[in-house]
Design a protein around this ligand. Structure first.
Ligand code: GDP
Ligand code: ZN
Length: 356
């Protein structure tokens, strides 16, 4: 069963120490205020973090939808305890809305980000750029999706415009209403891979999700289950299997990730570290004992706050997603955009310190 959710040999290796501890793997399909729903080989179980994980989570963050976790189970009660989060391949991060502004993972292990924009609205290049930046930053591969192609007699010029905005990034035209372009869209998603749809409200994300889920929607959307009080509650799956073998994460937090953090956040949170890493002597620097490591240098000189570095590492994010994609234009655009954000971010940091 977990194979459907993207379980792989790589994950199995990462899981080995947890397996020796007698734990089983599972993937978070629902995150609620009072707990999680986790898909396992024993079916779906209601799960809560262990006391220890909860304690560590204050710094490292809580399990998020899409996370792979290590569980101990009580199958009689269909419940489980989450003991650990496996290292994340990718993560969508945003800052908490409260005054702490702590980075929070809103979805983990996402392979593909569909950046959804609509044919009939004016193209907003800056907005697309933000969503692209959010996708690059997360580590997911972006694909631009142009919806409502049925509304334009000649949609190709618009697609060409987008291609020049997002060089190296595939652009797919779809019409959910007419069922056009859906196979092309899904061809980007391999079985076991997980995608998200991000984009502004009204561009057609819900409609597209419904079409992609097809008849499954009814079966997967809402499942009644007993809660602790024996009442029945309805929980909407946030991570859902698609009929074709891929998976989709659909939550309000993810949909909006590019915009919420547009002004200062997502990129600004980690951009300074990313830049440092670019200055390391070795491309594949692990920032441990390598000679010429700019990250260690900055830590030693005090230019990089050790707490920020620790936080960054704990989030399990990989560095330089933008760099890896070797997308020069996207990188340049991001540089320009970040010029102002950096200043803003430093000012925020100063204020934080002042408040201490
Ligand atoms: P969301 O806010 O991004 O989830 O957007 P919705 O899925 O709610 O769609 C917004 C509006 O666009 C709705 O009125 C839909 O009926 C309409 N819409 C969605 N997909 C299509 C399409 O392929 N063609 C046309 N013509 N309209 C569409
Ligand atoms: Zn380094």
């Amino acid at each position: 069963m977990i194979k459907q959710y993207g379980w792989s040999d790589l994950l199995m290796r990462a899981f080995a120490p947890h397996a020796s501890a007698g734990h089983i793997p599972g993937r978070v399909v629902v995150q609620q205020r009072n707990g999680y729903l986790v898909a396992t080989d024993e079916g779906e179980l209601r799960a809560k973090p262990s006391g220890r994980l909860r304690h560590e989570a204050r710094e490292a963050g809580h399990p998020a939808v899409g996370d792979w976790v290590a569980l101990s189970t009580n199958l009689a009660e269909r419940t489980a305890t989450i003991h650990a989060i496996l290292p994340r391949r990718t993560a969508f991060v945003r800052r908490a809305a409260d005054s702490t502004q702590t980075p929070q993972v809103v979805a983990a292990n996402i392979d593909l980000a569909f950046i959804v924009t609509s044919m009939n609205a004016d193209l907003n290049p800056r907005r697309i750029e933000r969503y692209l930046a959010a996708a690059w930053q997360s580590g997911a591969r972006p694909v631009v999706v142009l919806t409502k192609s049925d509304l334009l007699a000649e949609p190709h010029p618009r697609a060409a415009e987008l291609e020049s905005l997002a060089p190296g990034c595939p652009v797919v035209m779809v019409s959910a209403r007419q069922g056009l372009g859906l196979e092309t869209l899904l061809a980007h998603l391999a079985p076991g891979e997980t995608c998200v749809l991000i984009g502004s409200s009204g561009v057609g994300k819900s409609t597209l999700v419904n079409v992609l889920l097809g008849e499954q929607r009814m079966a997967t959307q809402a499942i009644r289950e007993g809660d602790d009080q024996g009442r029945h509650t309805t929980s909407h799956r946030q991570l859902v299997l698609l009929p074709g073998g891929g998976l989709i994460v659909d939550t309000p937090g993810v949909r909006e990730v590019g915009l919420i953090d547009a002004d200062e956040g997502l990129s600004a949170v980690f951009d300074d570290i990313e830049r440092l890493a670019e200055a390391c002597r070795f491309n594949n620097c692990g920032h441990a004992n390598e000679p010429g490591c700019a990250v260690r240098g900055a830590l030693e000189s005090g230019a990089l706050d050790p707490d920020r570095w620790a936080h960054f590492q704990k989030l399990g994010l990989e560095l330089a997603a933008v760099e890896d994609k070797a997308d020069r234009a996207a990188r340049e655009a991001e540089r320009r955009r970040l010029g102002g954000l950096q200043k803003k971010y430093r000012a925020t940091k100063k204020n934080d310190r002042g408040a201490d």
